[in-house]
Design a protein around this ligand. Structure first.
Ligand SMILES: Nc1ncnc2c1ncn2[C@@H]1O[C@H](COP(=O)(O)OP(=O)(O)OP(=O)(O)O)[C@@H](O)[C@H]1O
Ligand SMILES: [Mg+2]
Length: 440
């Protein structure tokens, strides 16, 4: 629905409340500010503004409420805030995405980051929206084309599926997400870039995505220099943008890079709010935060579209027990593991196929396709178990027919995993069959 200029202006004006409750700063701690006079007026998550006498306006958010007062966390440094400074509660700040945001880069408050004016959409959405109720949700949809042979065949992706992408630093997470952004069949792509360095954001947009990738994408970004409140909000705000398009019946591809940075931002906010650390420094609420973000993606309520999602997770070494990885793995419909050793020998994407699964199988594929998938997995498994012997020259040809076959097809299978798929899923399966044909 397109709104005229007048309606747009009216919508803007409606957002501007006439009176905001006001309190006073009575304590300034390490990043947090305690405020009196607002205990019954503020709500958790409200945005606030601190009017300092010395240094102008500071933006902040309500992170804890108690009888003693309201605790705020400032978006930036707190130097310059003094006892007695006036604090204004602005209420919950939503985001109002618009169809015209496609091709644009926005911050988690819906402000443009690419230097051009940005239109506000007609409807303000809650950035912390609840996931659709399970009973009203549609089912997983059909297989989508992904632009990569391996995801068209061995690790299929269906509409509304949610997968995790687990890898150490510099193993190719962002590059693979960009490939998805360009190649996965979807109406709109929404990308949450959480906690990247400013330089990386620019490089991602200009080089990795390029004009081709940006043509159907909205990027919501919060760089590493921003406050944990803003970085955490980036995950939520991007999901709200995805929901905007989903509610129009569109198929949205949501890419988050990375959930680890989202969880770290939450940890900083929660610890500042007084929550105790537990799981390796993460407060107990972390699991809920990650799961409710992931739950917002997936098939939408009946009559809407779907959000197919890929969440990247930074794992140190190959430590899949790391808390963020562990929490996410349980809620997702599949995971892809990237391996440093594979990246080091130069095969990209560096997918460790034996440790990666898509839970949309076997339903996503036909019986003949499932047979090919099983055969490929079996041969890759046999090669993997014998690899040390093979590399060391200790394997004697003929001692195990399965290993013999695996050795014959391995180069073709390895190349297949790296291959782009400019065409249909069926063509990817033909190439897989060809790669396996040497097995006999
Ligand atoms: N498809 C590819 N082809 C060739 N090289 C690649 C490919 N994907 C990744 N690389 C190499 O790996 C490097 C790291 O990739 P990328 O930035 O995607 O990793 P990352 O996991 O997102 O890293 P970080 O943890 O720093 O965010 C790239 O600079 C590039 O050299
Ligand atoms: Mg990256």
């Amino acid at each position: 629905m397109a709104l005229g200029g007048l309606e747009m202006l009216q919508a803007e004006i409606a957002e501007v409340g006439a009176v905001h409750p006001v309190g006073r700063v009575f304590e300034v701690g390490q990043g947090t500010i305690s405020v009196s006079g607002l205990t019954t007026r503020a709500t958790l998550g409200d945005r606030a503004q601190i009017h300092t006498r010395a240094s102008g306006l500071f933006d902040a958010e309500v992170i804890a409420l108690s009888r003693g007062g309201v605790t705020l966390l400032a978006d930036g440094a707190v130097e310059g805030i003094a006892i007695g400074d006036r604090v204004e509660i602005l209420g919950q700040a939503g985001i109002a995405p618009d169809d015209s945001w496609v091709g644009r880069i926005v911050d988690p408050f819906g402000r443009p980051l690419d230097g051009r004016p940005l239109l506000r959409g007609p409807l303000e959405r809650n950035v912390r929206a609840a996931p659709p109720a399970a009973a009203t949700r549609g089912r997983l949809g059909g297989r989508v084309e992904t632009g990569l042979d391996v995801f068209n065949t061995l690790l299929p992706l269906v509409q509304g599926q949610r997968i995790g992408l687990f890898a150490g630093s510099g193993v190719g997470k962002s590059s693979l997400l960009a490939k998805f952004a360009k190649g996965v069949q979807a109406d709109v792509v929404v990308i949450a870039l959480i906690g990247e360095r400013g330089r990386e954001l620019r490089e991602f947009v200009e080089k990795t995505m390029g004009a081709e990738g940006m043509a159907r994408a909205v990027i919501v970004a919060a760089t590493s220099d921003q406050s944990p409140l803003v970085r955490r909000r980036c995950g939520w705000a991007a999901m709200s943008v995805a929901e905007h398009f989903r509610d129009q019946g569109k198929h949205v591809l949501f890419l988050a890079d990375s959930v680890t940075r989202f969880a770290e931002a939450h940890r900083e906010v929660a610890l500042a709010g007084g929550e105790p650390p537990s799981l390796r420094g993460y407060p107990p609420s972390t699991a809920h935060q990650i799961m409710s973000l992931a739950e917002r993606s997936g098939p939408g309520p009946e009559g809407t579209g779907a959000i197919t999602a890929v969440f990247s997770v930074l794992v140190a070494g190959s430590d899949m027990e790391e808390p963020v990885a562990d929490i996410l793995r349980g809620t997702l419909d599949g995971h892809v593991v990237l391996d440093r050793a594979i990246a080091e020998r130069g095969r990209f994407p560096a997918i460790d196929l034996l440790r990666s699964v898509s839970r949309s199988l076997p339903d996503a594929a036909s019986p003949a396709e499932n047979a090919l998938i099983s055969k490929a997995r079996k041969l890759l498994g046999a090669y993997d178990r014998a690899e040390m012997m093979i590399q060391a020259g200790l394997y004697a040809n003929g001692s195990d027919p399965v290993v013999d076959a695996a050795i014959r097809v391995w180069p073709a299978l390895d190349a297949f995993i790296a291959q782009d798929a400019p065409d249909r899923v069926a063509a990817s399966f033909s190439r897989l069959a060809k790669a396996l044909s040497g097995a006999g």
